[in-house]
Design a protein around this ligand. Structure first.
Ligand SMILES: O=C(O)CCC(=O)C(=O)O
Ligand SMILES: [Fe+2]
Length: 288
């Protein structure tokens, strides 16, 4: 991208400061969570989370803001960090005492590019949306959390997952209680978010159904449409999920917001190395 188009991006970022122009408040009246409209919205979201482990909010972002989010992602994506890994669904080491076809020993390659929080300039729109308190309070209210915080980690709080042709995010369970994502751009084809709602629980690993799914059984699999502009709240600890291989030239861009019920949550040094290829935050602030 040329400096000229960066100048156009900077100008549109400067013009887009009012959240009335960024969030679709008509559909999602989240500024007053006590209002009757917001209570109806919250109840619908809670029902969906209880039944499916996920809640999908299409057209959360205005078309104008979405177009700016796409422009800034196009500029930033060249800095994405890629590291192909061969991992199991539990994102932890296998167990050699178990058979090769036990889910703990069934690995698949994963390849996703990531832009870390500290690679986001201060005037980035995605950063401003992540740091906007009413969004965080809305997520906390859906989950009935007494308090909610952004991650304490300068790299992990906000991520952009960048997936190009043939990139794939394997079936896995998340290690966090919930994740909030904002779809910025879909791929031409592939790149579908598939999941098996609540296939395991705190007390039951359900290895037999997980193994069937990993060997191609589709009866428990459902999809989140995730059209660009959609906000998704997903409880990935108990619902195994994946992103199908990307096809076509257009990259898939997904913003990932890190919130937690506890303050100062930080990624481990191992995870920092795997995900960002470094353990230290950038020494200088990035700009567009
Ligand atoms: O990109 C997505 O839609 C999901 C990402 C995901 O599952 C993860 O980062 O754990
Ligand atoms: Fe995940």
């Amino acid at each position: 991208m040329t400096n000229q188009s960066n100048a156009a991006l900077i100008q549109s970022l400067r013009e887009l400061t009012d959240f009335n122009d960024i969030i679709n408040f008509k559909k999602y009246p989240i500024l007053d969570l006590k209002s009757a409209e917001a209570q109806t919205l919250l109840n619908n979201c809670r029902k969906s989370i209880t039944e499916l482990g996920a809640c999908e909010l299409p057209d959360f972002i205005s078309p104008k803001a979405l177009s700016v989010l796409q422009s800034e992602s196009a500029v930033l994506q060249k800095n994405a960090f890629y590291k192909a890994v061969d991992a199991n669904a539990y994102l932890k080491p296998g167990d050699p005492s178990l058979p090769k076809d036990h889910p703990l020993n069934m690995t698949e390659p994963t390849n996703v590019g990531v832009i870390a929080y500290d690679q986001y300039p201060d005037n980035s729109l995605l950063r401003r949306i992540y740091e906007w308190n009413p969004l965080m309070e809305f997520i906390g209210a859906i989950l009935n959390l007494p308090s909610i915080y952004r991650y304490g980690d300068p790299m992990g709080g906000l991520n952009l997952a960048v997936m190009r042709t043939n990139d794939y995010l394997r079936w896995h369970f998340d290690q966090t209680d919930f994740v909030t994502s904002l779809s910025i751009q879909g791929s031409e084809s592939g790149g579908e978010f598939e999941y098996a709602p609540l296939i395991r629980s705190e007390t039951n690993e359900n290895f037999s159904d997980v193994k069937s799914l990993l060997t191609g059984e589709r009866s428990k699999v459902t999809k989140i449409k995730n059209n660009p502009g959609t906000l998704v709240l997903f409880k990935g600890r108990f619902s195994i999920h994946r992103v199908t291989p990307i096809t076509g030239d257009s990259p898939r861009w997904m913003g990932l917001f890190g919130f937690d019920s506890k303050p100062n949550i930080c990624s481990t040094p191992h995870l920092l190395e795997m995900r960002y290829g470094r353990q230290k935050p950038l020494a200088t602030k990035p700009t567009f």
